[in-house]
Design a protein around this ligand. Structure first.
Ligand code: C2E
Ligand code: MG
Ligand code: MG
Ligand code: MG
Length: 285
């Protein structure tokens, strides 16, 4: 009976697994056609300068509206794309699209684009980025590439060399989701990041518990000493905003200011924001 039970249990997991795999394989096929069919789109979420209250730039976030399933979350389709290599064409598409948009924005607004660790093992990432900057005409200093700590897990010399070559193009490099990895502090020694993005999980706890505030304060202090700028992710409340201003965080991003929105809305947001009384959004003032 024990044996049968075990086998039954195994079969149960096995079936779930193959259903999951079948679903992923189907999505993979759909994803292959999604770019050509224009189902992929970028949304843009503003990042706000805490001192001036002005929009400092936007982060591009990929969206997939599947014709049958509706919106597929990036956490799912990006991981499928990473598994099957589609992240390379998708990564180039999103970078091109984001830079093309940003090149039409007024002033010095910057654009942040997420890079997948898999893109570092693909063919000529640096050449791809350089080509996109040339084709879109976006000045390199207005582009910021976001990478997660996951990428640095096996940060061999090869990865670090690519990062250095990317920076040599004149763009900025940010460490995304800081604090969620196993060795966050260690990575700060391996590469001169321009920015640290404090993960939303720490921001959520701000104000509720001294530990969270102490951790965020420490991260902001370390960043300052290392000459890196800080962005706090996922600000949803005015309380979190206030605490981050007190702690001296440079930029804030979150639903409190805006959700990620389509390109036209981002453009409208830029216009509206500039027209409004800036002081209303300036806590430091
Ligand atoms: P991320 O780069 O850390 O992006 C921040 C995520 O937090 C986004 O989720 C954003 O919509 C969400 N967010 C922003 N503000 C708030 C808030 O106040 N509250 C809450 N609850 N969430 C907030 P999204 O768009 O679902 O993207 C998830 C992840 O997928 C991104 O995390 C990024 O790692 C990845 N991703 C998205 N687009 C791309 C892409 O074009 N290329 C690559 N390689 N990865 C991407
Ligand atoms: Mg990001
Ligand atoms: Mg993040
Ligand atoms: Mg994230």
């Amino acid at each position: 009976a024990v044996k049968a039970g075990k086998r039954g249990t195994f079969r149960f997991y096995d079936r779930q697994m193959s259903e999951g795999l079948a679903e992923r394989r189907q999505l993979e096929g759909d994803l292959r056609r999604a770019i050509e069919r224009g189902e992929l789109e970028l949304h843009y979420q503003p990042s706000v300068d805490l001192k001036t209250g002005e929009i400092a730039g936007f982060e591009a976030l990929a969206r997939w509206r599947h014709p049958v399933r509706g919106n597929v979350p990036p956490s799912l389709f990006i991981s499928i794309a990473e598994e099957c290599g589609l992240i390379h064409p998708i990564g180039e598409w999103s970078l091109t699209e984001a830079c093309r948009q940003a090149a039409t924005w007024p002033g010095q607004l910057k654009i942040a684009v997420n890079l997948s660790p898999v893109q570092f093992s693909g063919p000529d990432l640096v050449g791809m980025v350089r080509g996109v900057l040339e084709r879109t005409g976006l000045p390199a200093h207005r582009l910021e590439l976001e990478i997660t700590e996951q990428m640095l897990l096996d940060s061999g010399e090869a990865t670090l060399a690519i990062l250095r070559d990317l920076k040599a193009l004149g763009l900025q490099v940010a460490m995304d989701d800081f604090g969620t990895g196993y060795s966050s502090l260690n990575y700060l020694r391996s590469f001169p990041f321009d920015r640290i993005k404090v993960d939303r999980s720490f921001v959520t706890g701000l104000g509720s518990g001294a530990q969270n505030t102490a951790i965020v304060r420490a991260v902001i202090d370390i960043a300052r000493v290392l000459g890196m700028r800080t962005t706090a992710e996922g600000i949803e409340t005015a309380d979190q905003h206030r605490v981050l201003a007190l702690l001296g965080c440079d930029e804030v991003q979150g639903y409190l200011f805006s959700r990620p929105v389509p390109a036209e809305e981002a453009r409208a947001l830029i216009g509206r924001w500039c027209a409004e009384d800036r002081r209303a959004k300036t806590l430091a003032a």
